[in-house]
Design a binder for this molecule. Sequence first.
Ligand SMILES: [Zn+2]
Length: 84
Amino acid sequence: MNEHANAALHCVDVLKHVCGDNDIYNDTPLCREIRKHLDHCPGCTNFLQSMNKTIELYQHYHPNVPADLHAKVVEALRHRTQDK
Ligand SMILES: [Zn+2]
């Protein structure tokens, strides 16, 4: 489904990227789009902040962050964004 929100990227796209690499501050077109999205999407901004905290904590106790943590986070957000 291609709904056109007021952004090129959907929340889910942002989160997929963030959950995969966590490198939104790189100087690539995608990262720039993501930062633009974050500028007007408090939901993603909040999510990003709490996710970073969670991952930090997680890495503190587990050197390898398991992929299923990321998967769960993405899935949870996908459900939330699809509810709209
Ligand atoms: Zn968003």
